[in-house]
Design a protein around this ligand. Structure first.
Ligand SMILES: Cc1cc2nc3c(=O)[nH]c(=O)nc-3n(C[C@H](O)[C@H](O)[C@H](O)COP(=O)(O)O)c2cc1C
Length: 205
């Protein structure tokens, strides 16, 4: 779990366990369950991952965390500066996660936090690397309270030739303010009911 500041590791033990047990390579041919729906997500402090888990519990699908060849720094200020630079230069960080059989999926949920008020660079890498033509793409987001920024529009700009469904966004943590995993306990139940309403609204439940 290279993304997660070591100070958080103890508090986030359950997140760490679930993520490390996943392979970096998503070979859908090896699974028989939910092979038509992919839930690919980026999560540093577990909030977006919590929403991904809810989606999987409600509609099924294969959850795959996006990981980088060179993980982001743990320090918050350092990652903010790096992400700023990447966005300014259009740098697409190479992914460690691979999707050998992306064409097996017809529905792709894309989960990401708002970073720098836009789509995080690793998700831009994913959408630039893989052809989503013909698929249904469904974005979901957590953020520090400032909303999705341009991230949903960034998805529609990059995922050309797809059918993009209404996205879901909810307040997650605010690392800058020392709030890491916020979607837990009662808040988790509250968010789960919002996720359920959204999935019903878009006809998936
Ligand atoms: C590099 C970085 C940039 C961020 N930029 C924003 C932002 O522009 N707007 C916002 O509301 N939150 C921002 N956040 C906060 C995250 O969106 C929020 O904590 C989110 O819930 C984190 O999701 P995660 O726990 O799945 O990593 C930023 C966090 C990081 C690490």
């Amino acid at each position: 779990m290279p993304y997660i500041p070591s100070l958080l590791m103890a508090a986030m033990a359950s997140v760490a366990v679930s993520s490390t047990s996943l392979e970096a390579s998503a070979d859908v041919r090896s699974t028989s369950q939910g092979k038509e729906t992919l839930i690919v997500y980026l999560s540093r402090t577990g909030n977006t991952e919590a929403v991904a888990e809810m989606i999987q519990e409600l509609v099924g699908g294969q959850m795959v965390p996006l990981e980088l060849e060179t993980p982001y720094p743990e320090d918050y200020e350092t990652i903010v500066a790096q992400v700023d630079r990447e966005n300014d230069t259009g740098y697409l960080p190479p992914l460690a996660t691979t999707f050998p059989d992306i064409q097996a999926y017809d529905t792709v949920f894309l989960g990401f936090p708002t970073w720098d008020m836009q789509l995080p660079p690793p998700m831009k890498s994913f959408l630039s690397q893989y052809d989503m033509t013909g698929k249904t793409v469904i974005p979901f987001n957590t953020n520090g309270g400032y909303g999705v920024g341009s991230s949903f529009k960034d998805v529609s700009d990059l995922a050309t030739g797809t059918r993009i469904r209404e996205g879901f966004s909810v307040r997650g943590g605010l690392e800058r303010g020392g709030i890491y995993l916020a979607i837990e306990g009662d808040r988790r139940e509250e968010v789960r009911s919002q996720v359920r309403d959204w999935l019903k609204r878009i006809g998936l439940l």
